[in-house]
Design a protein around this ligand. Structure first.
Ligand code: BGC
Length: 766
């Protein structure tokens, strides 16, 4: 863990440049708008260590799989979100010398991510090899109001010299991915042009034919003599630039506004890309930087109004939770059901920008409670649209029904480690669980008849074919799996997997009853479409009745899997600091044989099916498993924190909240250079709303059991629940629930019910 960034309620600040931390800062200061994103790179050329990144949602490349030993069932490719043509760079020449920020001395330096207005500011004064001092200020944003637009304001002032300054706003299509399996470049050039202040380049991916047109236009304001300026086009392979040359006197400032538009054939026809790009760009250009920025910040302001969490008494926590919410809103806007949430969002290449179970298991509640229900629904529709591919995937493994992939872009599996691809099948249950959460939260049962039931049935068929019956024990077993704890592979009867599989079957049967009763006509059609047999229901019920669950009788806890208790039992507190993180210090063999747990596994099940377990059971399992968990997945601390809150372990809950919320800001796992842990950020949001706030929906009713962590004075959060926009304000002795939008309705706080009036509030004294 390292404290590198300054603490501030609305900003993340890097003061003084440290080249060793450049990748970390670039990750932390990424920007996005759901359609595209950029890492917080410098605007100028920088020859030092950096991961340049421009990403466009859904534009990916099927990079041929690379494995040592091929196994039948492996996917042919790993989908990668592509590093796309770079529109952010402005090349600078001072007296014919190219400015390279790796070769100058910084006299002042500040890089700031402003989360309130959604922009990146980089301001510094540099001294070059010829003792010329130059002040540079950059401000950039990706528009939240207009998905295809980004803009940069770039000001440069010579402080102790007069001289020639050339600025080259450019588009560089000669980009690559660091994680390319065979060192290949993924883009071909299609066409390009530069005409005065306007230029564009259309590139096409070598496979799958994604066409992307990146266009730019700029404008320059000089405080000095405008007559002595010249403009020169620069066209090279996969590159367009427009050189703006001028002469500056000491103290004169040149400000260049660069506007960019990115159009792709995901939304337009190939032949329209250039003209559409030009049209969008022209509109942005005419609005001008300040107006565009205002429009963008207004869109963000609206999001903050509906999803902010305000903490009084702890600026570190305040900064952290805003950082998490900011990046979640930058990553996914829920408007396009073909898009999803990659574990790194638009902040890096790792995990290929693909969809994992993270979406359903961790991200879903955030979008469900802070956005219109169409957003969460689109996440479900994404999987519905992949159902046929999930069926093919199960078939490929010799199984029935649907097995959703562990990692995917278009519904096809692209993960290729057997212990995950074939064995981490618990992911299927998370998809059903998201359907369940959606219906429970929104009350939209019609979703089940329109889409949900088909997915539930096919997943249930998968479970039916994946269990095996052991006649000696008269029990169903699920063998050869990897649970959420990826530090164990090929285990038998992972408690979590067995529990969720049986839950999944019972939920499908329950939905069946709902449909029969409420949508009988649609049910008839679905039964036919799915060729559903009553015998299947009987079989599912039999599996539910006879599922095997490993249990440690002496400790009265669920056993993570068969044989877990055969391991040498040690606690994380007994490890030396040098051992951690285990995945960077221990051999895989040593990790597999140890009792140490990567992330919530039994506790993940207790979190999902929480109402089933009494507090003593939850406590016993928490007390046993938490001290053995190293939290080396970003998805771990949040779940443990929520459960710690539930059982009254408030200090532990707070410690785990910090670990989850400041994971990237303080680089806890020493891996933020690769990009941010976007999906776990939603888990952080849950630690406050579901953990400290004790929020749940039980029998159609919104319930809270809030408390204030001892380090805080108070906090408040916003929830959108069935057309009711609520602000829950929690102080040590009083809880106030304001209804900002919606009609009167009933909620539960602790054990009592309260009516929340329209435009009014309920005050509950503790
Ligand atoms: C976790 C998985 C997760 C993946 C992507 C892994 O480290 O163990 O549960 O799906 O990261 O976030």
């Amino acid at each position: 863990m390292e404290k590198y960034f300054l603490v501030d309620e609305w900003n993340v600040i890097e003061e003084g440049f440290n080249p060793d931390k450049n990748r970390l800062t670039e990750s932390v200061m990424s920007l996005g708008n759901g359609y595209m994103g950029i890492r917080g790179n410098f605007t100028e050329y920088y020859s030092g260590d950096s991961l340049k990144g421009t990403y466009i949602a859904g534009v990916y490349y099927p990079d041929k799989t690379r494995v040592g030993w091929w196994k039948i069932g492996y996917p042919e490719y790993f989908a990668k979100v592509l590093n796309a043509p770079d529109f952010t760079t402005i090349d600078v020449y001072i007296e014919d010398e190219r400015l390279d920020l790796a070769k100058v001395k910084f006299k002042k330096f500040k890089r700031t991510l402003n989360m309130k207005t959604g922009c990146l500011n980089i301001e510094f004064t540099i001294c070059d090899g010829k003792n010329r001092e130059t002040e540079i200020k950059t401000k950039k944003f990706i528009s939240m109001a207009k998905g295809e637009v980004a803009a940069i304001s770039y000001s440069i002032t010579p402080l102790n010299y007069d001289g020639k300054i050339e600025l080259i706003p450019l588009i560089d299509g000669d980009v690559s991915n660091e994680d390319s399996n065979y060192g290949e470049k993924f883009w071909d050039e299609v066409e390009k042009n530069v005409d005065g202040l306007y230029g564009y380049i259309t590139m096409k991916t070598k496979k799958l034919d994604f066409f992307v047109c990146t266009s730019m236009k700029y404008d320059v304001y000089c405080s000095g003599n405008k007559n002595k300026t010249e403009i020169e086009p620069i066209v090279k392979e996969k590159y367009v630039g427009s050189k703006y040359k001028t002469y500056c006197n000491i103290g004169e400032t040149i400000t260049l506004y660069k506007y960019a538009a990115v159009t792709s054939n995901r939304y337009y026809k190939n032949e329209e890309l250039v003209s559409k790009g030009k049209e969008i760009l022209e509109e942005a250009f005419l609005k001008g930087f300040d107006n565009l920025f205002e429009e963008h910040s207004k869109a963000l302001e609206h999001q903050w109004k509906e999803s902010d969490i305000v903490i009084d008494g702890d600026v570190e926590s305040q900064q952290a939770i805003r950082f998490n919410i900011f990046h979640l809103n930058q990553t996914y806007n829920g408007k396009d059901p073909r898009l999803n949430i990659g574990p790194k969002g638009f902040t890096g290449e790792k995990y290929g920008g693909s969809t994992y179970w993270d979406t359903e298991a961790f991200c879903f509640p955030f979008y469900l409670s802070t956005h219109d229900k169409s957003v969460a629904r689109n996440l479900l529709i994404y999987r519905y649209n992949h159902l046929e591919k999930a069926k093919e995937n199960a078939k490929k493994l010799g199984l029935k029904g649907a097995l959703y992939p562990m990692v995917t872009m278009n519904g096809e599996e692209c993960h290729n480690e057997w212990e995950i691809t074939f064995e981490e099948i618990h992911r299927n249950a998370a998809i059903s669980y998201a359907i369940y959460s959606y219906v429970r939260y929104t009350g939209d049962e019609e979703y089940l008849s329109d889409y949900g039931f088909e997915v539930l049935v096919e997943i249930s068929r998968f479970w039916e074919s994946r269990v095996n019956y052991n006649p000696l024990k008269d029990k169903y077993m699920i063998l050869g799996v990897t649970g959420p704890n990826e530090y164990e592979n090929n285990v038998n009867n992972n408690w979590y997997t067995n529990t969720m599989a049986a839950w999944n079957l019972s939920y499908t049967l329950k939905v069946c009853e709902i449909l029969k009763k409420k949508y009988p006509e649609k049910y008839k059609v679905l039964k036919e479409k799915l060729k559903l047999q009553d015998i299947e229901f009987e079989k599912w019920q039999d599996i539910i009745n006879k599922m095997y669950y490993p249990y440690v009788e002496s400790l009265k806890i669920f056993e993570q899997q068969d044989g877990y208790m055969d391991k040498e039992q040690k606690l994380v507190s007994e490890l030396s600091k040098d051992d951690l993180p285990l995945n960077q210090n221990w051999s895989w063999d040593r990790i597999l044989r140890s009792c140490f747990i990567k992330q919530a596994d039994v506790i993940q099940g207790i979190y999902f099916l929480n109402e089933r377990y009494d507090l003593d059971t939850i406590k016993r399992n928490f007390d046993f498993y938490e001290p053995r968990t190293v939290h080396e997945s970003s998805l771990s601390a949040c779940i443990y924190s929520i459960i710690a809150s539930q059982i009254g372990y408030q200090n532990k809950a707070y410690e785990l909240f910090l670990r989850s919320s400041r994971l990237d800001l303080d680089n806890y796992n020493n891996d933020t250079n690769d990009g941010l842990h976007i999906t776990s950020m939603a888990g952080t949001w849950m630690t406050i709303t579901q953990g400290f706030g004790g929020m749940k929906v039980i029998n159609d009713m919104l319930c809270f059991k809030p408390y204030v962590p001892s380090k805080w004075k108070s906090y408040s959060f916003k929830i959108l629940f069935r057309e009711h926009l609520l602000k829950i304000d929690v102080k040590k002795d009083v809880i106030t629930i304001y209804q900002e939008r919606g009609n009167e309705f009933i909620i539960k706080v602790f054990d009592d019910e309260y009516t929340v009036p329209q435009n009014g509030s309920v005050i509950i004294k503790k």
